[in-house]
Write a protein that binds this ligand. Structure first.
Ligand code: SF4
Length: 479
């Protein structure tokens, strides 16, 4: 298994074009824009060597007959899916942000299930191929980025009816030794600091769109791949140096999302896991969605633990921690967070066994987790803003705080409870700002699919006909 430093070294040595604000990033492990995200992902490697996390961070791989980092492991029981959520919460508490590696982990899990089911239906041999790839990932303890979301162009049209056929990633040609693909994947978490990119279709497909039914994995430095790293709220502050204005400066605000462009990329046949089996694309989306949506009840509750702690501390610094309305709001924050966590655990406990032998999170509960996250996390952030006060939006910069003329005045006029150092209060305010900023909240809203996508699956899974029968039975004349 890799240690955190091995991971950083291996990512630093990758040669591929990564753009940020018009410039090529030569080393993502040292660029101020990307380094925090590398640090956050590196914690998934560090944790695997800490005895107290042994049970959560490691798992026994049947493929290698040895223990591997759990972020490369396929869940084979409900208990595995419960451990996953506990691991993600611990990781969220540790980093206070998205540590990225679970998106690819969830894609690994999805392809395990999907390749098996495609083979069952079509007599193909994708699963064997896929196991070779999985072995490679586990042996080398690789980080995989999930390439799920296509740019989608005009949302009212299917892939083949877009003005530009490349707005969904597609197969351009099939050769003897591989396939050529073109297109892009947007908002890809951890894309610039992963070893491999795994691509899946983003939507259910019809026969006329069979060229869009493609799944594969390629090394991140494959020729033809280009990465464009996205901007985040306040990302300019990272360029100012090591100060506190950047908030969670060691681990960043969100997952470090990027646009990945595939410019006629040759994918070797041994890395192709779906090729034109269009009727299986929807199943892939369903499995990935359930798997990744459950994850939000782990990572985000860990991040919210950090926010609740920061808010509670700031209330102390302000001298309002004993006010009954503040305690009531803190209780509300805890309640929302634990509700989210409880539902994610339940989605694991109620997991479904798939024909491959792997378990997937209960779809109804997993989608409930994600829909709740889009509400509860915003509400927890709202309460944090309420308790923190307007200073969250008006705090002067650290540069002013350190200024020889104005700095002493800032200390004098922005002091609070006796014994509280102004700089400690300011650091905390910047952390809360970072944990509740636009990018952090939008990631919760749209990451793993937008709320409407969850509602579609909720209704599909809810079995309304059964509920209608229950009602009829109670109110029928002979009840
Ligand atoms: Fe993992 Fe959460 Fe980030 Fe998704 S949002 S990649 S589940 S940490």
């Amino acid at each position: 298994m890799k240690r955190a430093e091995d991971y950083k070294k291996s990512i630093g040595s990758l040669r591929r074009p990564v753009y940020y604000r018009g410039e090529l990033v030569s080393d993502v492990t040292s660029s101020p824009a990307t380094a925090p995200h590398v640090n956050a992902a590196a914690e998934t490697y560090a944790m695997a060597f800490e005895p107290e996390y042994e049970d959560l961070a490691l798992a026994h791989s049947e493929l290698l007959s040895r223990r591997v980092n759990r972020f490369t492991y396929i869940h084979h029981s409900p208990e595995d899916l419960v451990k996953k959520i506990r691991l993600l919460r611990a990781m969220g508490q540790r980093t206070g942000t998205c540590f990225q590696r679970c998106a690819g982990w969830d894609a690994l899990h999805t392809m395990y299930i999907l390749t098996y089911e495609i083979d069952q239906k079509y007599g193909t041999t994708y699963h064997e191929r896929y196991l070779d790839f999985l072995r490679h990932v586990q042996e080398n303890d690789l980080m995989v980025a999930a390439g799920m979301t296509d740019p989608k162009g005009d949302r009212s049209r299917p892939p083949g009816q877009q003005v530009d056929p490349d707005l969904y990633l597609r197969v351009v040609s099939v050769k003897e030794d591989g396939i050529v693909v073109r297109g892009a994947k947007a908002h890809q978490t951890g894309a610039v600091n992963a070893h491999e990119v795994m691509v899946l279709p983003t939507t259910a497909l019809r026969e006329e769109d069979r060229d869009y039914a493609v799944a594969f994995a390629i090394p991140a430095d494959t020729p033809g791949l280009t990465f464009v790293f996205g901007r985040q709220t306040n990302d300019g502050r990272k360029l100012e140096g090591e100060g506190w204005d950047a908030g969670n400066r060691r681990f960043g605000m969100v997952g470090g999302e990027a646009l990945i462009i595939f410019d006629d990329v040759l994918v070797p046949m041994e890395r192709v896991f779906m090729l034109r089996e269009f009727d299986m694309a929807g199943r892939g989306v369903e499995v990935f969605a359930s798997t990744h949506r459950q994850s939000y009840g782990g990572c985000k509750t860990g991040v919210m633990d950090c926010l609740i702690g920061a808010t509670s501390l700031l209330a102390k610094y302000h001298g309002v921690d004993r006010a009954s309305h503040v305690r009531d709001k803190l209780a509300e924050m805890v309640h929302l967070n634990e509700t989210l966590f409880g539902c994610a655990l339940a989605a694991g406990l109620q997991a479904l066994r798939t024909p491959s032998g792997a378990y997937m999170a209960h779809p109804l509960l997993a989608n409930t987790v994600k829909l709740n996250a889009t509400r509860f996390i915003y509400e927890i952030a709202r309460l944090a803003h309420d308790i923190s006060g307007g200073i969250l939006a008006t705090l002067p910069s650290e540069i002013d705080f350190r200024h020889p003329v104005i700095g002493p005045q800032i200390r004098k006029y922005l002091q609070t409870a006796p014994g509280v150092r102004p700089e400690d209060r300011f650091r905390l305010i910047r952390l809360i700002e970072s944990l509740t900023g636009t990018a952090a909240l939008v990631e919760v809203m749209h990451g793993a699919g937008s709320p409407q996508a969850q509602k579609v699956l909720l209704l599909r899974q809810a079995n309304l006909a059964h509920k209608e029968q229950l009602a009829l039975r109670l109110c029928s004349p002979d009840a």
